[in-house]
Design a protein around this ligand. Structure first.
Ligand code: FCB
Length: 477
C-alpha cells in the first residue's frame, strides 16, 4: 500500500524523550527525577531494564543525530530533562546540563535537522516531586522559570517548542492509579495534578515568548473513545472517560474552559484566572495517537488492561479490550482509521480555534528485532489515515514517529520496542531496522515528489492487517 503524497513542506520527524534514552542519570551535575526514584524501587520496571543507562543517548547523541540525518528527517522531537538543567527543581542552574542540550542542538542544526524540544516529558525534579509534585501549585511556577532558562539559551537556534507531554497520562497513571511515577493512588483526588500541569503549560508559553522563543505547541494524547454496549451506563461511562482523557486537557488549552462544571469545581483555584493563562494562543497543537479506547459501564472487578496497568474496581467507567484488530507487542490494537476519526473530531469540536496540528507521536511496539515489516505496515496505514484527515480539511503540518530508537518504555523497561533503530541493551549498539530504510525512502520520495512524482518506497509484501483488519466497528463515544 503506497503512502499518499503529502503537501510540499510537510515536516517529517521522529520523537524520543530524555528519561527513556539519556541514561547518565547522575552525570555532570544532573539531579534525580521522580522517575529515577520510582524506577529504582524493586519490581517497578518489569524486566529490570537499567534505566540509569537507558540507550546511552547522553554519550551517544552524535550517533543518533547521524541516524536522523541518514533518514533525511526534517526534525527531531527530544525532551530536555528538567533535573539535568535545574537539579533542585528551582534555584541553581546546572551549566553542564544546559551545555549538553546546547551541543545537541548544534549537532542537529549542523546536520540540517530541526531541533524540537519538549520541556517536560514526565521527569519532574525529585525535590519538587517530594514536595507534592503536580499536586502543588508552586511546581507550575518552577516549571515556567526553567522553561525560560532553556529558551534564553537555545531560542536563537530552536525554531519549534513543545511545553509538556501528555499530562493526561501523568495524571491518570502517575497520580490516580499509581502505575507510573510518582506512584500515587489518589483516583479523583488526582485532578489538581491536571490543573497544575495545564497552568505550567500556560505559564511556560509566556516564559518562552518572553525569552524570544516562537512556534510553540504542546503534545497531548488523543484517542477516540468508543462506547461498549448500548446501555445508558455504558454511554455515561464512555462519556466520562472521554471527558477525562481527551477534553479535560484540550478544552482549557484551546477554549479556556473546562469541559464539565463539576470537574472544574474540583480544581484548585483561582480557576477562572488560571484558565486565561492556560489558553494563551499556541502556534500549533501536537497530537499523540496510538489507538482508540473501548469504554463502558463500571466493572465490578479490577481489570488488567491491554496496556498492562490495572484499572481498579469502583471507577465510574470500565475499559474493555478491543477485539477484532491486529495487536502490537504491547497488545494495543492497530486502528489507523482511529487517527482519521480523532483528527476530524478535533477539527469539528474546535473549528477555527484549532491551530495547525502536528502528529507528535505515533508508532508501535513489536518484538521483531530487525525485519519489522509489521511496523512498516503500521506506519503506512497511519500515514494513509492521516492524509485522509487532511483531505477532509484538517490542517496537519508534520508527523513525528515514535520512536527513533528502541528505548526504555517506562515501567515496561526494554521489553516494548518502538524504534526504527534497534538497541542492543548490552552493548548499546544501534542497528537500523527495515522500517528505518522504509521511512528514509518515504521521506526521500515525499521531498522529491515534484521532480520524480512516480517514486514511492516499496516493500516486499502487501500491507497486512493494519488498515484492513477491522472487524466489528463500535459506535462513537
Ligand atoms: C506515550 C509516551 C511516550 C511513549 C509512548 C509509547 O504515552 O508519551 O513516552 O512511551 O507512549
Amino acid at each position: 500500500m503506497p503512502v499518499p503524497m503529502f503537501p510540499p513542506g510537510f515536516l517529517w520527524g521522529a520523537s524520543a524523550s530524555a528519561f527513556q534514552t539519556e541514561g547518565a542519570v547522575d552525570t555532570d551535575g544532573k539531579g534525580p527525577s521522580g522517575w529515577d526514584a520510582f524506577a529504582a524501587r524493586p519490581g517497578r520496571i518489569k524486566d529490570g531494564a537499567d534505566t540509569t543507562r537507558a540507550t546511552g543517548f547522553h554519550a551517544r547523541y552524535r550517533e543518533d543525530v547521524a541516524l536522523l540525518a541518514g533518514l533525511g528527517a526534517d526534525a527531531f522531537r527530544f525532551s530536555v530533562s528538567w533535573p539535568r538543567v535545574v537539579p533542585g527543581g528551582s534555584g541553581a542552574v546546572n551549566a553542564d546540563g544546559l551545555d549538553f542540550y546546547d551541543r545537541l542542538v548544534d549537532e542537529l542544526c549542523a546536520h540540517g535537522v530541526t531541533p524540537a524540544p519538549t520541556l517536560y516529558h514526565w521527569d519532574t525534579p525529585l525535590p519538587l516531586e517530594e514536595a507534592g509534585g503536580w499536586l502543588d501549585r508552586d511546581t507550575a511556577y518552577r516549571f515556567a522559570e526553567y522553561a525560560g532558562i532553556v529558551a534564553e539559551r537555545l531560542a536563537d537556534r530552536v525554531p519549534m517548542w513543545i511545553t509538556i507531554n501528555e499530562p493526561a497520562e501523568v495524571t491518570l497513571l502517575g497520580y490516580a492509579l499509581g502505575e507510573h511515577a510518582p506512584g500515587r493512588t489518589l483516583l479523583f483526588d488526582a485532578l489538581p495534578a491536571a490543573h497544575h500541569q495545564l497552568l505550567a503549560h500556560g505559564l511556560a508559553v509566556r516564559a518562552l515568548r518572553a525569552a524570544g522563543a516562537d512556534n510553540i505547541g504542546v503534545a497531548l494524547s488523543h484517542a477516540p473513545v468508543w462506547t461498549a454496549g448500548d446501555s445508558d451506563e455504558d454511554r455515561l461511562g464512555a462519556e466520562l472517560y472521554d471527558t477525562l482523557t481527551n477534553w479535560l486537557f484540550a478544552d482549557p488549552v484551546l477554549t479556556g474552559r473546562y469541559p464539565d462544571e463539576n470537574i472544574a469545581a474540583l480544581m484548585p483555584g483561582p480557576v477562572a484566572d488560571d484558565l486565561k493563562v492556560i489558553s494563551a494562543p499556541l502556534d500549533w497543537y501536537g497530537v499523540n495517537y496510538y489507538n482508540p479506547t473501548l469504554v463502558g459501564a463500571p466493572r465490578p472487578e479490577a481489570l488488567e488492561t491491554f496496556s498492562g496497568f490495572t484499572m481498579p474496581a469502583g471507577l465510574p467507567f470500565g475499559i474493555r479490550e478491543i477485539e477484532g484488530y491486529e495487536k502490537t507487542g504491547f497488545g494495543w490494537p492497530v486502528v489507523p482509521e482511529g487517527l482519521t476519526e480523532i483528527l476530524t473530531l478535533l477539527h469539528r469540536r474546535y473549528g477555527d480555534r484549532l491551530p495547525p496540528l502536528h502528529i507528535t507521536e505515533n508508532g508501535c511496539a513489536l518484538d521483531e528485532p530487525l525485519a519489522d515489516d509489521r511496523r512498516i505496515a503500521y506506519l503506512e496505514g497511519h500515514l494513509t489515515a492521516l492524509r485522509a484527515a487532511m483531505d477532509a480539511g484538517v490542517d496537519v503540518r508534520g508527523y513525528f514517529t515514535w520512536s527513533l530508537t528502541d528505548n526504555v518504555e517506562w515501567t515496561e523497561g526494554a521489553s516494548q520496542r518502538f524504534g526504527l533503530v534497534h538497541i542492543d541493551y548490552e552493548t548499546l549498539t544501534r542497528t537500523p531496522k527495515a522500517s528505518y530504510a522504509w521511512y528514509r525512502d518515504l521521506i526521500h520520495a515525499q521531498k522529491h515528489q515534484r521532480e520524480q512524482p512516480q517514486e514511492q518506497p516499496k516493500r516486499n509484501e502487501p500491507a497486512e492487517g493494519a488498515a484492513e483488519g477491522a472487524a466489528k466497528r463500535v459506535s462513537g463515544g
